[in-house]
Design a protein. Structure first.
Length: 407
């Protein structure tokens, strides 16, 4: 268990400004953002942090948009993961074997790379390192929240080890099945896709040159995401019923299946390491807040990985919530009161709703082989590709540069 000297003690109760339940990437990012600005934070997770760190390489990577990088940099966490981050210089979007495509090139904007591909394990390790270094953040791993009492003045979390934590605000960063969301009586709109993502790292002969590829195939998107070295992360979306058979293939057979989808532009391709599978689903909380409670990240929303925006949405939640809380603190207001929580909800609901609708719509549109629809979408890709102002607008939105967050 980690500890921090700035967390207070009141009649045997740990006292802080905010208690964050869930030490995933989004929960840790919020703790770092708040702690860097002097707010006292207690982070609670069911799993011990050291053992969780050792088991956290699960094959997944994230595309960190330019706006998300700023959030991580302001929390002093980016430097620790930068060496593991592969810049995305171009993105090529294609529809199966169609000759029409959409091409994003970072040279069209004066904003640096379009984003960075980083293994989730490296992101989490950097955030954990930063959180542990902050005197304003206390880390409590290997314990569960047995009850959370919220009243008009404060929240009190009672932990499985007997500890009681009192704070002005509780933040649910406890995943898409969030117990805190459920206990607060917040409903969720959700469904499962008949798709599963196969995730792995591949090694290839030729350099990727920082180019990410998104190929739309009948069963779902096939993403090739550049990593450090001659490696790429594969997010291969397939019909759920077919995945067990694919995973049962020998490595040689699976390499052949990958090569069919890759083509030969990167030379010989082979799986490098373990293969993981993740069923796909969508969820959206009906509210992001309740009295003295805020939902962030997957507790508030999960989306289809078709655009690689899941973590970026979570980090935008972090930026908006941290900005609202810090401004409230600076004005001498109660950070757990209604005004900063309402401000957070207003800031995030429209953006998240738009991205949920966009990713769900794109998945339905491109996982469809009806001839007129296929022609229309290919013409649409080509049209955006040939209109530079429209293309730049789409690029800026994907990079998270449509608003300027303080945090």
């Amino acid at each position: 268990m980690d500890s921090a000297v700035h967390t207070g003690i009141k009649k045997g109760i740990v006292v802080c400004d905010a208690v964050v339940v869930g030490a995933g990437m989004v929960g840790l990012a919020l703790a770092c953002a708040l702690g860097t600005e002097g707010l006292r934070v207690t982070v609670i997770d069911r799993q011990d942090f050291d053992s969780l760190k050792a088991r956290s390489r699960d094959g997944r990577t994230s595309a960190i948009a330019a706006g998300s990088r700023r959030v991580l940099a302001r929390a002093d966490a980016w430097n620790a993961m930068e060496d593991a981050a592969q810049p995305i210089l171009e993105i090529r979007v294609s529809d199966g074997a169609s000759p029409l495509f959409l091409h994003y090139d970072h040279a069209l904007l004066d904003e640096g790379p379009l984003g960075w591909i980083v293994e989730n394990a490296d992101i989490r390790a950097a955030l954990l390192e930063r959180a542990r270094a902050l005197q304003t953040v206390e880390m409590r791993g290997g314990v569960a929240v047995e009850s959370l009492v919220r009243d008009s003045h404060a929240v009190e979390a009672r932990l499985s080890d007997g500890t009681r934590v009192e704070a002005s605000l509780a933040v649910a960063a406890d995943g898409h099945d969030s117990p805190m969301r459920r206990d607060a009586g917040i409903g969720v709109i959700a469904w499962r896709y008949d798709q599963t993502s196969i995730v792995c790292t591949v090694a290839h002969e030729r350099p990727h040159r920082g180019i990410a590829h998104e190929r739309f195939l009948p069963a779902g998107p096939f993403a090739i995401l550049p990593m450090i070295g001659n490696r790429s992360s594969i997010v291969w979306t397939e019909r759920a019923s077919l995945v067990p058979g694919l995973i049962a293939l020998s490595r040689t057979e699976l390499d052949s299946e990958l090569a069919r989808r890759f083509g030969d532009f990167l030379g010989t391709v082979r799986v490098d390491g373990e293969i993981f599978t993740y069923p796909l689903s969508l969820s959206h909380a009906q509210r992001y807040t309740a009295p003295r409670l805020a939902l962030i990240g997957d507790a508030a929303h999960t989306i289809h990985p078709i655009a690689g925006q899941g973590l970026n949405l979570g980090l935008r939640d972090v930026a908006a919530l941290a900005e609202a809380l810090i401004d409230a603190r600076d004005l001498g207001l109660d950070i757990g009161s209604a005004e900063p929580l309402e401000r957070y909800e207003r800031a995030r609901r429209a953006d998240n709703t738009l991205m949920i609708a966009l990713t769900d719509g794109l998945n339905r549109l491109f996982s469809n082989e009806v001839a007129p629809i296929r022609v229309a979408r290919d013409v649409g890709l080509a049209a955006v590709n040939r209109v530079p102002p429209l293309k730049r607008a789409f690029m800026r939105h994907a990079m998270g540069l449509t608003r300027r967050d303080k945090i």
